[in-house]
Design a protein around this ligand. Sequence first.
Ligand code: MG
Length: 316
Amino acid sequence: MTDGPATDTDRHVRIYEVGPRDGLQNEATEVPTAAKVRFVELLVAAGLREIEATSFVSPRSIPQLADADELLPALPDVTGVRYPVLVPNLRGLARAEAAGAEALAVFTATTDAFTEHNIGMSVADSLDAFAPVLERAGDLGWWRRAYVSTAFGCPYTGRVDPAHALELAVELFDLGADEVCFGDTIGVGVPDQVADLTRRAVEAGLHLDRLAFHFHDTRGTALANVSAALAAGIRCFDASTGGTGGCPYAPGAAGNLATEDLVYLLDAEGWQHGVKLDRVLEAARFVASTLGRPLASKVGQAGGWDPASGGATGLA
Ligand code: MG
């Protein structure tokens, strides 16, 4: 996955790109299918190997992703690149299968209040709905991810008990998930909480290489949380190129951690991940121009940095 010096697995980090799905679904501007394909081509060219591409939910519920059936088969077929798709139920799974999917993600959260608002069912009902989806996907040999959203806080009920987030992760693994991703949906988590949740996961017997974090930069804590998670042994992080996907519960605020901001940190600390910052910035500029607004990310504005010359890098 990485080119470059001898691989030290402990210094290897997976960057799970969510821009085409989680990023675009929260954007108001409708993006043509061809532009989404171009965006993904640029992401692949940047070295990203796990790109959550779209969602097979009802086209009415997320119009921005209503072209899933046409988009997925149009994406570049590159060895080693995985395009997980969000699937809420067996109907979505059948559509995803017809479109050529080989990896999926299911999406629940820690509180009934959030899942009722977000997917129209309780947490328990969501697990019941996912059980046959995960089972069928397993029969098909697909890679399966499960999200535990609102892992640290819920916009309707407040603070979340980490033990409860962990219980859900255990249940999702029992249902067949290959990976569980804890999502800080409203961006309220801080590093101590990340370290605490990770420690509890280890105590519960979960494998750190099957856990991921999805941080939002809503309150400026995303990269600090990444650092805490790295120190605790987590090696997979979600990010959205261009920082797309503002916080749906705080209009105008930052949402997803930007891939370019994550890549800058990982590069500067010597982590191996196979993603080239200047190429991510190219993809970020493409998506920003498609959406008709300036880049929101820090590194999108400042560029990378060349320690040899002191100058910024990767700017257009
Ligand atoms: Mg997100």
